[in-house]
Design a protein around this ligand. Structure first.
Ligand SMILES: Nc1nc2c(ncn2[C@@H]2O[C@H](COP(=O)(O)OP(=O)(O)OP(=O)(O)O)[C@@H](O)[C@H]2O)c(=O)[nH]1
Ligand SMILES: [Mg+2]
Length: 265
């Protein structure tokens, strides 16, 4: 039973991330991106809300969440803090990383500034290492056009292996295509296949070694390759997050988790 399964998923969302689903059927979507790329603008456009988003002060998380409906499906949109990376160098980065990794949103939208794509793609590649269901929105296309910047959207889509949607969120341009793409991913009509970075042989063999030693419980529930990469990078915060995740999960899934406990880390 995966974490997206309703029994554990709901409590994990509530206990760790303070996210309340209105119903079990609601599909959770994370909205990530660099600061100032139009996340709030898109969030407000989709949800009809009018709030300043990205308010995640440390451990007392007051997140922004809103819902929308499209073709009879209910979606819960979670706005993540604006970050340039999710390598957990700051509280914001850790919050964004933990939600994408442990909160298991069914889809993660990354909203990028089309006028400085190179910098924005860093975060996109990092998120693609954690999860497959990623959509890239190229926002501020009006600004890009004004500056004479042309983006080869289809080539980018092919190279990244995920849907890429040009957007002017301020005017709602591209939002319908986004909703349609979300729906097609949920229905399985679109299956993103993100490009995965291959590291040099030393790192790849370490990744294999670490993944083999990760407990089966973790391998089933989380992206073992990504966890191994973070451990190789010396990121001790991932251990803390995994412990927390196990603690919550243990209390909810005592029977399913069997003998496995956080003390195994
Ligand atoms: N020209 C243009 N401006 C936009 C577009 N989308 C958003 N903006 C503007 O860009 C600015 C930043 O938008 P926000 O939605 O606040 O960006 P954000 O990503 O939530 O920013 P942080 O929360 O600070 O990370 C605002 O002034 C928006 O009006 C767009 O498509 N075109
Ligand atoms: Mg914002």
């Amino acid at each position: 039973m995966g974490l997206t399964s309703q029994s554990s998923g709901l409590s994990l969302l509530k206990d760790k991330f303070n996210i309340s689903k209105k119903s079990e059927e609601q599909i959770v979507i994370a909205l990530a991106g660099n600061p100032n790329t139009g996340k709030s603008t898109l969030f407000n456009y989709l949800t009809g809300l009018n709030q300043h988003t990205g308010n995640w002060p440390g451990k007392t998380v007051a997140n922004a969440q809103g819902s929308f409906k499209y073709k009879d499906k209910e979606y819960l949109l979670v706005d993540l803090p604006g970050t340039y990376s999710i390598l957990a160098n700051s509280v914001e980065e850790q919050v964004a990383r933990d939600f994408i990794c442990f909160g298991h949103p069914q889809i993660t939208i990354v909203i990028a500034d089309a006028t400085c794509l190179e910098r924005n793609l860093n975060l996109v590649l990092q998120i693609m290492e954690i999860t497959d269901n990623v959509i890239l929105c190229l926002n501020l296309m009006d600004e890009a056009n004004r500056k004479g910047i042309k983006v080869q959207t289809h080539k980018l889509e092919k190279d990244l292996g995920i849907p890429v949607i040009p957007m002017v969120a301020r005017d709602g341009v591209g939002v319908h295509i986004l909703k349609d793409t979300i729906e097609k991913i949920v229905e399985g009509e679109i299956q993103p296949n993100p490009y995965k970075i291959q590291y040099d042989n030393n790192i790849e063999s370490l990744v294999r070694e670490i993944t083999e030693h990760l407990p089966e419980y973790i391998r089933e529930k989380l992206n073992a390759r990504w966890i191994a990469l973070r451990l190789i990078d010396g990121d001790s915060s991932i251990l803390k997050s995994m412990r927390e995740f196990l603690l919550i999960n243990e209390s909810m899934e005592t029977e399913q988790s069997g003998n496995m406990s956080r003390d195994d880390f």
